[in-house]
Design a protein around this ligand. Structure first.
Ligand code: AMP
Length: 363
């Protein structure tokens, strides 16, 4: 079995690390030589929309997948004609546009922040008068880690954000006073079987994920079951195959869907050691037509991202029940270069260990 993957960053690297024990082979496409996955797997060095590169990627691969959602639509369509592409070009297209993704959430009965399509300054001004301030203006496409968006608190900020972001399709969202951010990772195979990981709690700083607690504290079985039921409907409607992540806001006991990622996700890295089957292995199982694996959690788990810099290896490796992951990337400010997973017997022990590790990391 050979899997082709678009993007050879850390997510691709962790997919390969999960697939090698199952005797799955990998071929990557990435324009940057010596990428995290290319350091130990076959890598085609070419742009993501290069026809020759895409043809070589597809040749002899049983299935193609991707590690990031900004795969050019044309590349996805090209691959889908030649071989199997999971998640499908249609799922990818929906996830690439905040307007179509939010519209689908609403169709599926999921709650979302109120939103308006914005193409002109007039659209923006009437959206602001309907939704009120504060509000969040976002580019519909190509935003990530908080880029391509602005929080608007006054009309001056509205006009300044328009000057900065205009020229591409936009969406205005009502500002959600959320208590916390959660995410749900689900997996669906081609027969429609699904499994879900527990809701996890995510903390961001400067738009970048820093800490995931799995399971999230204080999640009732009802909240988990409702979130799973909605996500199952979403995945069924897309005939989705693979891992899907939905990012959610929790506000006064309600879950509002913010966005979805049609891929393995940073908030699921904890599953490598913290769950019965990792998100990476389950993604491969789903796209390769293998049975999905169990998602049970091994105690109370935390994942801390290493951004820009890492503590000394030996300091991390002497922590109890702690696993260090380095992605083979050169340190640079704001860059995700690794993560740490720690396991604990219960939430109190997890909180104590997270606190100690954060102090070591200078947080
Ligand atoms: P996004 O790119 O949509 O994931 O947004 C990045 C971050 O901005 C989120 O993780 C939230 O912390 C914040 N954010 C996004 N949308 C809203 C909103 N409608 N209300 C309040 N905060 C938001």
């Amino acid at each position: 079995m050979k899997v082709g993957i678009i993007g050879a960053g850390q997510l691709g690297r962790m997919m390969a690390l999960a697939g090698i024990p199952l005797d799955i082979q990998f071929r990557f496409l990435d324009p940057v030589p010596d990428s995290p996955a290319g350091q130990f797997c076959e890598q085609i060095v070419a742009p993501y929309d290069d026809i020759d590169g895409l043809t070589r990627l597809a040749e002899g691969c049983d299935v193609i997948t991707y590690e990031f959602e900004n795969v050019p639509a044309k590349a996805a369509a090209f691959l889908q004609l030649r071989t199997r592409l999971f998640p499908s070009a249609n799922a990818l297209e929906v996830a690439q546009d905040r307007l179509s993704e939010k519209t689908l959430f609403v169709q599926q009965g999921m709650e979302v922040a109120p939103f308006r399509r914005v193409d002109t300054l007039k659209d923006l001004e009437s959206a602001v008068s309907e939704l009120g301030l504060p509000a969040v203006l976002k580019t519909r496409r190509l935003g990530y880690d908080g880029k391509g968006q602005a929080v608007l608190r006054s009309m001056e900020e509205v006009w300044a954000a328009w000057e900065r972001l205009q020229g591409v399709p936009l969406i205005l969202e009502g500002f959600v006073n959320f208590e916390r951010e959660l995410s749900l990772i689900g997996v669906r195979d081609a027969e429609g079987n699904t499994v879900f990981y527990p809701l996890v709690q995510n903390t961001h700083r400067e738009g970048i994920l820093r800490l995931t607690l799995a399971p999230a504290p204080n999640v009732s079985p009802t909240l988990q079951a409702n979130a799973e039921a909605l996500m199952k409907g979403l995945m069924d409607s897309l005939e989705y195959v693979g891992v899907l992540t939905v990012e959610l806001f929790e506000a006064r006991g309600r879950l509002l869907a913010n966005e979805m990622a049609p891929r393995v996700h940073n908030s699921g890295h904890w599953t490598i050691e913290g769950a019965e089957t990792s998100q990476f292995e389950n993604h491969l199982r789903a796209i390769c037509g293998l049975p999905l694996g169990g998602t049970a959690t091994r105690g109370s788990v935390a994942m801390l991202n290493l951004i820009g810099d890492t503590p000394a290896r030996s300091d991390v490796m002497t922590f109890p029940e702690t696993h260090l992951h380095l992605y083979g990337k050169a340190p640079r400010p704001g860059r995700k270069i690794g993560h740490i997973t720690l396991l604990a017997a219960n939430e109190a022990e997890r909180a104590e260990r997270v606190g100690r590790l954060e102090r070591l990391m200078g947080v």
